[in-house]
Design a protein around this ligand. Structure first.
Ligand code: GLA
Length: 516
């Protein structure tokens, strides 16, 4: 029987109802499944796709995306995947493009920073993309490792270089840490972030990639400069950019890091998102596991937890052996990002204690995205918060202003004050905030922060500092820690004109007895 046009359309309609608008209906390629994007000597990203018609859904920030992240039109695949980290941000997307052909074909990936890398997209089994979860220990308090009595200070490669750096860059940073005077100002750790690791050898040992051929030699070099060295891994199989992580090899990697002579581990949740749940129990377990592995090595290794503040890490990070823990999503070199990360800490400022610190992320000072006033606010705020001071700029080429900010020893002394007491809000008036922090001895740090877009007059009353200066005939002295000069203590209060996004930071203390 000849099929009429009407019959054909009805049949098509019925088929469509039967199968849905699935790719299979049309004989078109169906990308549904698990895929690996790999770059030679670079990272690996695993992706899960669900294809409906020409639309591609991607396993993203919280399971399968609700809306498509791209299309397959003919053989042209185009994906725009938002960053799974931090608040949704249209500027932070990763774009994949490919001409699809079978189960293995060339593809390009454009990172959120605009860099385009060429790699291969290849279909893989589910177990390779998202391995089964491993049993995790329950949280139990590990003995304090005695490290990081004051907030750690150092340098980390990520903010400036992302994964575009090598052994020589790290050695040069160690040299510059010394020649610039930063080591003498207290900066100690040179931390190698994302981009050093390669695949595992036949015994399952993690190895450095071609840019990092001798991880032990690198540690020896950094030590020879009177500095300490840090390394980076993840409880997932990959770190965030796809390089090898420690999943299933936690003890083995801790031993390797110790044998190479590393003194600091930043342990970043990253691909653990695809294996464990970001619930308190899983987060605690995954970090406890590495905490135990590090303790077992017997080497003093600062343990830096990086899971963006999930599961209220400040309430349990110390138990898992953490010396510091990230409390925020990633900082960017902008006023908005720095302001958000920094001021959000005031709500949890009571948690850090000696050896265990809140970490609102690394410094951006010197990277060029903020003004001098904004960078002085950044440094002052981190000091008031008792935050780790981990520089993230190129130490080989620092302007005098950058040096004057990173090496302001009077501000560093506030950060490193042994009393380690929490910062408090003295007053908030619109965009003007006065923060105070009790210091060792009869002293306080006072920060007058102008978060507004216009210069502002900000004041506080001397007696609101509760220094008891007038009791027993003592005098009060004050010092401006950015101008490096004494401030007269006169009248009832102090007032300063603070530039937009700027700060005035004072150290106020009770001086000698005054005998009448
Ligand atoms: C995460 C971390 C960053 C950095 C990158 C590396 O985003 O929060 O500090 O380590 O991973 O990919």
């Amino acid at each position: 029987m000849r099929m009429t046009r009407v019959h054909a359309v009805s049949l098509l309609f019925a088929l469509t109802l039967l199968f849905g608008w699935s790719a299979a209906t049309w004989g078109q390629t169906d990308l549904t499944g698990y895929w690996k994007f790999s770059v030679p000597n670079g990272g690996i990203n695993f992706l899960e796709f669900k294809q409906t018609g020409d639309q591609i859904f991607v396993n993203g920030r919280s399971g399968m995306s609700q809306s498509p992240y791209g299309t397959l039109q003919g053989d042209k695949l185009h994906l725009e995947i938002p960053s799974p980290f931090g608040p949704p941000d249209p500027n932070r997307v990763t774009v994949y493009d490919a001409v699809v052909s079978g189960d293995r074909f060339s593809a390009t990936k454009k990172t959120a920073d605009g860099e385009i890398v060429a790699g291969t997209l290849e279909r893989v089994a589910k177990e390779e993309a998202f391995p089964a979860r491993l049993p995790l220990p329950v949280l139990r308090a590990l003995p304090d490792n005695g490290l990081a009595r004051t907030p750690p200070m150092g340098w980390n490669s990520w903010n400036k270089f992302h994964d575009k750096f090598d052994d020589a860059t790290v050695r040069q940073m160690a040299d510059a840490m010394v020649s610039s005077g930063m080591r003498d100002a207290g900066y100690t750790y040179i931390i190698v972030d994302e981009g050093w690791s390669s695949y595992r050898d036949k015994n399952g040992n993690i190895t450095g990639n071609a840019r990092f051929p001798d991880m032990k030699g690198l540690a020896d070099y950094v030590h020879s400069k009177g500095l300490k060295i840090g390394i980076y891994s993840s409880p997932g199989p990959q770190v965030c950019g796809g390089y090898q992580g420690s999943y299933g090899h936690e003890e083995q990697d801790a031993k390797t890091f110790a044998a190479w002579g590393y003194d600091y581990l930043k342990y970043d949740w990253c691909s653990a998102f695809g294996i464990y749940q970001p619930t308190p129990a899983d987060l605690e377990g995954a970090y406890q596991k590495m905490g135990e592995a590090l303790a077992k090595t017997g080497r003093p290794i600062v343990y830096s937890l990086c899971e963006y503040g999930l599961g209220d890490v400040w309430t349990w990070g110390a138990k898992a052996g953490g010396n510091l823990w990230r409390t925020t999503f990633d900082i960017a070199d902008t006023w908005e990002s720095m302001e958000r990360n920094g001021f959000s800490q005031l709500d949890i400022s009571q948690y850090p204690e000696s050896g265990h610190w809140n970490d609102p992320d690394m410094l951006e000072v010197g990277n060029g995205g903020m003004t001098g006033d904004e960078y002085r606010t950044h440094m002052s705020l981190w000091a008031m918060l008792r935050a780790p001071l981990i520089a993230g700029n190129d130490l080989r080429e620092m302007s005098d202003e950058t040096k004057s900010i990173l090496m302001n020893t009077e501000v560093i002394a506030i950060d490193q004050d042994p009393a380690a007491k929490p910062v408090q809000i003295l007053s908030v008036d619109g965009k003007s905030e006065v923060l105070v922090r009790p210091l060792e001895g009869n002293a306080v740090a006072v920060g007058l922060f102008n978060r507004g877009d216009e210069p502002a007059q900000i004041s506080f009353r001397w007696d609101s500092l509760h220094l008891g200066a007038y009791l027993g005939g003592r005098t009060m002295t004050a010092r401006d820690l950015w101008k490096h000069e004494a401030v007269p203590v006169t009248g009832d209060s102090f007032t300063a004109t603070v530039p937009r996004h700027g700060v005035v930071l004072l150290r106020v203390e009770v001086g000698e007895f005054r005998f009448h």
